[in-house]
Design a protein. Sequence first.
Length: 275
Amino acid sequence: MRILFLGTAASEGWPAVFCQCQNCERARRIGGKNIRTRSSIIINSDLKVDLPPDTYYHKIFHNVDLAKIDFLLITHSHQDHFYPEELNMRVEPFAKLKNGKVLTVYGNEKVHEKLLNVLTKRTLENSVRIRRVEPFDSFRMGPYIVTSLPADHDKNEQCLIYVISDGERTILYGHDSGWFPQETWDKLADFKFDLVIFDCTNGPSPEIRYHMGIEGVLRAKEKMVEMGLASNDTIFIATHFSHNGGLLHEELEEKLKPKNVHVAYDEMRIDIPPQ
């Protein structure tokens, strides 16, 4: 299983789109891994998680063929994770798809409603299929089995995190979320993870509601190991960073790397070999 991190920032990006704060100026000046676009990943070449407004940039910068995507999982309807207008670009005259694939989009009630409001009749008839997802659903997408779980993120929306397995390897896509609800922890006990992706928006802040930071990530990792959900071979990754957290890439690594947690960056690639 191959994972490509297309973007690793929170809602505003980093440097933030209109910001002149010290943290954004430092990131702009130093560059490299400190330049972060809105968060999304691609698994292998056919599964994408979230559709941020930076998707076109991701296509160009990472040289990915988005026409190969069969499945799109949406965690929640916030604009940094879901820009559905882009999907209308999958039909003529905007796109000429050689493979004629129909993209299936999975998401919660608000995602479903947004898609119905935004997508044109032509898109819905020819290019995009919608599947509404509820918490604790388990469903097959091609070679993957996906389980949706409640996140702690927005009290006005049932945000989701996802367990994704190809039958040999299992990953947890765990953001946007603060400390997981107890019912989520209870269900996670059914799995053994090869890779876990955590939310680290709050940086050095101990706050763990709606988002986590370094302390929350390390506590969650410890709990997963104690519960037997992860082992010494499990890869832990922190992502979804905000300029309000203040720590640039190397500073985050100083805090997390000694605890065996990787700090994600745009264009980071992870290969998980079969068991």
